[in-house]
Design a protein around this ligand. Sequence first.
Ligand code: MLT
Length: 275
Amino acid sequence: MNDVPGPENSSSPDGGFHMSYEDSCDRVPVLLIHGYPLSNMLWDIQLNDLTDVARMIAPDLRGHGMTDPTEPPYSMGLFADDCAALLDHLGITGPVVVGGLSMGGYVAFEFCRRYPERVAGLILAATRAGADSPETKEARDKAAGVVIAEGTVPIAEGMLPKLLAPDNFKAQPDLVDYVRDMMLETSPDGVVGALSAMRDRPDSTPDLPALDVPALILHGAEDQLIPVAEAEAMAAALPSAKLVIVPGAGHLPNLEQPEIFNDAVREFLEIFYGE
Ligand code: MLT
């Protein structure tokens, strides 16, 4: 992250001697929060392609990827506090662009509630503002029961066909394997904890009109898990949002159509946070 090309700087540590260096870290920090039950592998293409416009920070949430699990239940507040603690650890005290995909968006909304002064902008991908319906809450508990009884494999296999657009699921076995591997790295406690956090999250819809920061909303045209209408509703309710519907993508538009996704993010970051 720190060795990517950035603006040229020079310092004079020793009288007339100037040392030239590059550091992308003076660019706007972008916190990218993955969805359920994924990890920061979700953002690999963004981390590779966008470091020249932003300082990209992508944590593994508690119990996901390489981050230690703790005993469930978890909450969106816990995830948001973990993200804030990571920023503290990195010495980032100023505002950042908070990006989240699906459950990552739910965490982003909670981060906005808890740390409004730390939010410079929002990137909301494949997500929704509303809370779970009673039926969805029930399904979360059922899924948690499956994980406790049988582990995470049935959850991963059940979700896989719904995560990608049908054509991508059929034609891109490598992508399917990549997403499966990501899901199977998530610990059972992480999956159960995330399910409880999603089940109990509040409705963020009433918060939207007051989120007066630049926002970019990206949504796959073929998302089978969260309808496009949810993205349209968020775009209408936020004071300053641009909506990009990504063709040929399902629930993971950043992996399914990385060029379209990255171009939109790059343009957004350059317009609002460029030098
Ligand atoms: C996700 O992709 O993070 C989840 O599918 C979101 C959800 O189940 O609400």
